[in-house]
Ligand binder design. Sequence first.
Ligand code: GLN
Ligand code: ZN
Length: 761
Amino acid sequence: MASHVVGYPRMGPKRELKFALESFWDGKSSAEELQKVAADLRSSIWKQMADAGIKHIPSNTFSYYDQVLDTTAMLGAVPPRYGWNGGEIGFDVYFSMARGNASLPAMEMTKWFDTNYHYIVPELGPDVKFSYASHKAVVEFKEAKALGVDTVPVLVGPVSYLLLSKPAKGVEKSFSLLSLIDKILPIYKEVVTELKAAGATWIQFDEPSLIWDLHAHQLQAFSHAYSELESSFAGLNVLVETYFADVPADAYKTLTSLKGVSGYGFDLVRGTQTLDLIKGGFPSGKYLFAGVVDGRNIWANDLASSLSTLKTLEGTVGKDKIVVSTSCSLLHTAVDLVNETKLDKEIKSWLAFAAQKVVEVNALAKALSGHKDEAFFSANAAAQASRKSSPRVTNEAVQKAAADLKKSDHRRATTVSARLEAQQKKLNLPILPTTTIGSFPQTLELRRVRREYKAKKISEEDYVNAIKEEINKVVKLQEELDIDVLVHGEPERNDMVEYFGEQLSGFAFTVNGWVQSYGSRCVKPPIIYGDVSRPKPMTVFWSSTAQSFTKRPMKGMLTGPVTILNWSFVRNDQPRFETCYQIALAIKDEVEDLEKAGITVIQIDEAALREGLPLRKSEQAFYLNWAVHSFRITNSGVQDTTQIHTHMCYSNFNDIIHSIIDMDADVITIENSRSDEKLLSVFREGVKYGAGIGPGVYDIHSPRIPSTEEIADRVNKMLAVLETNILWVNPDCGLKTRKYTEVKPALKNMVAAAKLLRTQL
Ligand code: GLN
Ligand code: ZN
């Protein structure tokens, strides 16, 4: 019985790739050194999967930055401004597109479906000249082969590639990205032909966009593309892989009728209805890649239950046609549980990271073919049982309080305009008030202090003093820059979710459970394993300390319940909304304690609200309803004069703007500069927005320093569609990944722009 893995994390068990990339970007190591680290990682991953017994091992799932950007490179679709003049695309052009350079911003980056992974959005227009400009897929296939591992090269499928792109600047709105399909297919053909010549027997095309609610003409593009490619498929097995949700019925029909395709991959963890579709009809003689091992979470698979699913499916598709697989690429889970030496033993027995999931896939495949590893299965059953009955999972009081929440709406008593008036009386801010999003640069020194405190190498007193000093420095800097509403800079936080999770009950932490977010950036999501509660205040000490350093308003800084939920590995034994309500109650207590401590502006970040939006339209209203409700719960008890801010990151908000308004925050700061002011078009189209709003005026993801004119220009564009008195001036997001040498001049220009505009209004 065959086994397959859709894709594997690239960073390495200890983030080796991250460190190699950053050292290369900083000019501290050579391209060869970076390539060596990357090659070692690839080889150990391939060997690990081969040793585990996996039959279909993926290649080309490694990336120096992002697999969509790799595809852009493969197709030679470099936007002209990056000055590429043909030839194989090298690090220079590649990383300029990814990260920007001294004179150019990076390309836009956006969330990969509903994950916390970000891809670089291809910019395509009618004049793009495609050419085969990166042979990475073939090179990696050959590299694995030379190591004795036969792999399945993975390509982002041509239709999903186009559907994930955006029209280049200046291209007419009516331009159809799918019209480019016939221009990119010849390159795909070349790649396929070359892979075949190199000895590939299977090729995997990732077409996750098939899980969207697509229009008939979009589905038609799949049929067209694969018919076109069919001639190059001769002598090859082709797998079309989908993931992250159910494939809708019409897409299922399209998919299973594609020409030249021999197998289809489905996410059977998130896609609960796909099973019925398969039972309703599956083309004979084709392979079913059954994604039963969850690539989005860290829970050990319930092997007995998966095995029974697989047996049912086997009855439908035939004995030799079922391939046990992961639900999606393991890119979205942590790398290896082996490195978790500090995790509680019982909790650890409930978990499986990428390396363990590979073993689960193989164990299931073997069991299906009658070679069940009884010891492995019974250990798994014991762990499942211990998780179900463990007292550390259940807290009756929390269960009850969260259940009661559903009965009421939780809204502040007055309207936002009345509240803003009351707040302005107290805060007395200038028009176009300036602020930042929360974090300031996290220097090596700061990281060292936190690390040493955690390792008990320095005393609590030394730690507190060091953090206080840092806060004081950040406060003084903001005063010097003449920013209006200050932040404490978040020096005590490693990560905006982890920091809260560490102080809440029901959360567990890993040492190396990193997941790639974008480029070299990784996050270490906490694991929510039990009912959530807040034993004691979490931020009050630091926020009031910071406030004591200045007369200006100091923002209390919290992470909202939806973001904590969406950026954690969540329980799979209760609905997401139940966990979210529990977190909302804990944050509500914190908000009220901050207010009592005299903090008058409190920001509750909901950076990840948009990304939790279910991919299928039919499920979106329900999610938005409980997500927005959870946010309102956190601040429904504060006074009118307490100003509640929220912040959201790089997303497309246009379709959820009414939910954002329904959050009823007093001020929202929002990403804007990397999505080409898509956001502003909502207001241009007439959506009424009465609360304060700060669309980011410059991109903090790039080292580039924006000029005063450029910022003023952006703000002017916003003034054209928004009332002067509701507009705030702020960067896109937190500054923690930047250096002070970038942050100081950028903020200086930002404040100068606000001041300049104030004189003109
Ligand atoms: N307050 C957080 C910070 O500034 C927000 C980060 C985010 O939105 N991702 O770091
Ligand atoms: Zn942000």
